[in-house]
Design a binder for this molecule. Structure first.
Ligand SMILES: [Zn+2]
Length: 66
């Protein structure tokens, strides 16, 4: 297995998720890749993370606050 490729893929996904979060926090609309419904962002104070999810529940990303 080529771990360097795996890490690159992971980093890319992570950067994509951060980019989506940034857009949402700026008030832009981002649609779910799967169901095409708009994603919403909420703040989980307890764990210090943002939760990005769509209405259908097929997307649910959690991102720690920097
Ligand atoms: Zn969805």
């Amino acid at each position: 297995m080529d771990f360097s490729q795996l890490n690159k893929k992971f980093a890319k996904n992570f950067n994509d998720q951060k980019a989506v979060l940034k857009k949402l926090l700026k008030g832009s609309t981002v649609n779910c890749d799967t169901c095409n419904k708009p994603l919403s962002v909420s703040l989980n104070d307890k764990d210090g993370e943002f939760i990005v999810s769509c209405g259908s529940g097929c997307t649910r990303l959690t991102l720690e606050i920097d």
